[in-house]
Design a protein around this ligand. Structure first.
Ligand code: NAP
Length: 480
């Protein structure tokens, strides 16, 4: 029986674990550095945290949830859903908590991975699956004085729930997907809220609605009805993802919707101008909210579009030299998305380091397999993030492909599998061409490595990825 170790316990890890378990690969263990499972849905507990992909689609195809309370579920409910799936499929007992992987080394003779943890203990497995995700390391901005601030300050992914914004002067740095969700909550309570917005985002209305007892009863009694909704949402999102280039018809329609939303919700021309993006739609993640613009239009809220020169013990200084004195600073400044597996010291065959292989940005065959790194499978790896659509759909496709790899290892009594250089390079050439034609090169975003390579996103809709990963091509790999 193949011994399989999975790093992480978020959606990606659970997808792989369930897929392998259902196929009879039961010698599984998951390592979680924290004390609970759930990945980003465990960590991001900021007020208003939720998913901007509708829940019938942002869930496993094999585990529809008839009991979502609303179309766009909030964090608590999504986290509970992950836990329930892990419990139902017997994955929860396989998770070892407080187990932070710091290094992994391939042993060619033994054909196994030696995995080292922060407490210096070591475990060995035949197959190592990384499911650490792309957004698990919060990033504070590289601004002078961040550490010197004397009031309360924290990152959105490490929300300080003892902090009460009532009557306080609060600064928010960032206006991305997370900030758009928590700013309306801060704006309600804070005496003054200063939002430092470096770039405006395209914001679309969010067609959210509560699911009534009738809906939930219907979904439960007739699961097909929920499948129908899932299918409808998927179809719309596929078109949305296809439209992520500035010149496409869908892109133009999306832009018109976003601009109409802005005009309807913000009447002040100065604020409107600040909130109008100056780059092609889709280059940064398109956001969805009905509450963000009205929150910014409140009299206690100020949107500062000037840059930040430094943080002082008492506030934030903008590049016009104005100091905005505040009691608290919340950083909605995103994640070290280009890190991929850099925080783990991974050594493959012949002593080669994954970090060295990825110096100019991460790349992998189908986003999952790296030449020279046998029996290493990466889920939510390079170029598998989406500009639009459900990442869970992508994770399931990856899990199915990895399961086929393990099936074949066992069926052929092979000890190792590694993608060939040729297969990875050919895949990468085609991918790079598509990425060159994408909209993501036309502005600053977290999808790009400093080398210029777009490392995060899959170009286009999700169906082509599901097709590309449906049947494992044995010739793309060396089986030994
Ligand atoms: P983000 O989208 O990367 O946004 C970071 C924000 O901080 C941006 O507004 C950025 O400005 C700003 N920023 C960064 N460094 C700065 C600096 N030195 N000075 C001033 N501003 C600075 O991060 P996020 O909002 O945490 O979201 C990250 C990703 O998580 C999203 O793209 C999405 O994939 C995921 N997410 C998803 C959901 C969901 O509903 N599905 C919700 C939250 C997050 P610039 O734009 O100018 O760089």
């Amino acid at each position: 029986m193949t011994r399989i170790g999975i790093i992480g316990s978020g959606f990606g890890a659970i997808a792989v674990a369930v897929e392998l378990k259902r196929a009879g690969h039961t010698d599984l263990r998951l390592w979680e550095r924290s004390d609970d499972l759930g990945g980003v849905w465990r960590d991001n507990t900021y007020p208003g945290a939720g998913c901007d992909v509708p829940s019938p689609l942002y869930s496993f195809s094999f585990e529809p949830n008839s009991q979502w309370t609303r179309r766009y579920a909030l964090q608590k409910e999504i986290h509970a859903y992950i836990r329930s799936v892990a419990d139902k499929h017997g994955v929860s007992p396989l998770v070892r908590f407080g187990a932070e992987v710091v290094a992994a080394a391939w042993d060619d003779d033994a054909a196994q991975w030696s995995v080292t943890f922060a407490d210096q203990t070591v475990e060995t497995v035949d197959v190592l699956v990384s499911a650490v995700g792309q957004l698990s390391r919060p990033r504070l901005p590289d601004i002078e004085g961040v550490e010197s601030f004397g009031g309360t300050s924290f990152h959105s992914a490490e929300w300080d729930h003892s902090f009460d914004a009532t009557g306080q002067r609060v600064a928010v740095v960032g206006a991305g997907a997370s900030a758009v969700q928590f700013i309306p909550h801060l704006a309600k309570d804070a005496a003054e809220l200063v939002v430092f917005q470096r770039s405006a985002n395209y914001l679309m209305p969010k067609p959210d609605k509560p699911y009534t007892a009738f809906h939930r009863g219907l979904f439960k009694a007739l699961p097909f009805s929920q499948r129908l909704e899932r299918g409808g949402i998927w179809t719309i999102m596929e078109q949305f993802a296809r439209g992520l280039d500035a010149t496409s018809k869908v892109g133009r329609v999306n832009k018109a919707i976003a601009m109409r939303h802005l005009h309807r919700q913000v009447t002040d021309p100065t604020l409107r101008a600040k909130l109008t993006p100056d780059y092609p739609i889709g280059c940064k993640r398109i956001l969805f909210s009905n509450e963000f613009y009205p929150a910014l239009a409140q009299p206690n809220v100020d949107v500062v579009t000037r840059g930040i020169t430094r943080v002082t013990p008492t506030g934030v200084v903008d590049d016009a030299g104005v100091e905005h004195e505040v009691d608290a600073i919340v950083y909605g400044t995103g994640f070290d998305s280009q890190d991929f597996l850099e925080s783990i010291d991974i050594t493959g065959a012949n002593g080669q380091k994954l970090a060295t292989q990825w110096t100019d940005g991460a790349h992998a065959y189908l986003g999952m397999y790296v030449p020279g790194f046998p029996n290493l499978f990466v889920t939510y790896g390079p170029n598998t993030n989406l500009g639009g659509g459900s990442i869970i759909y992508m994770l399931e496709a990856q899990a199915r492909h990895m399961r086929q790899a393990v099936d074949r290892l066992e069926a052929g009594s092979y000890r190792s599998v590694a993608v060939t250089e040729e297969a990875e390079q050919a895949y990468d050439r085609e991918l790079t061409q598509k990425l060159d034609d994408s909209v993501w090169g036309s502005c600053d975003n977290w999808y790009r490595h400093p080398s210029g390579r777009i490392t995060s996103n899959w170009p286009g809709a999700t169906l082509p990825f599901a097709k590309a990963t449906k049947v494992l091509d044995p010739d793309a790999f060396t089986w030994a």
